[in-house]
Write a protein that binds this ligand. Sequence first.
Ligand code: ZN
Length: 256
Amino acid sequence: MLLGIMIGILVAAVILFFLYVFPMCTMHPLPGGKIEGTDIIAMKNQINNLFFIPQGGDWIVIDAGSDAETVKREMKKMSIDGDRVKGVFLTHTDYDHVAAIVLFPNAVIYMSEQEKQMIDGSVYRQLFKKNKLPRLSDSNEIVYLSEHKMVEAITSWNEADADETSGYQQDVLCKHRVRMILAPGHTKGSAMYVVDEKYLFTGDAFKTTGDRILLHPYTMDRKQAKETIHRIKEELNKYEKVFTAHYGMVEIDGQM
Ligand SMILES: [Zn+2]
């Protein structure tokens, strides 16, 4: 009897290890720093990346990491002022993509309108667990996006910024355009963002080994995620750079 229980516990531990722990060991986010040939800054936060994109003297951010303290420390090193983050584009609302929202009190928080059900209490993410956002400031506003609606990211350009960043053109820096593409499966409303029609941020829509696109390990609806991958594979070739949250960049060679 006792032996049976012990074997049962051992089997459960092995299953849990392969389902939840092992996939984390295989994640390989980008090292922190500027992405070559772009003005995008990748920030490494434990097992994933968030991305800062300058906009005038302000910033827009793709996802918000898993640990606000680490993000705060890294932002300090890079002289990024959280008050000047004006837009946070969430690919989805899992805990490892939302934590540092608390550092961006003036930001508009964007997500797909399909992701709202993940944080309003109507859908469980896992057996007993629902997603939730950290406490927002009074100035934070949430905007739920419909697919392909173009967001002209907000900016507060002023002369002081112009002096600081002399040599830059106002119209180049101030008009980042962000478009959301739905990529459900990982969560109900998972989304990808296209910035300036050049860069694609895919969040956890899939896992990549560089040139192969695979199912992400913590997927909520595997069938839906497979449909998403099938639908977006061609799409990936359209962009100069394709970023994932946990697996670095996709190597685009037209062979996917
Ligand atoms: Zn994630």
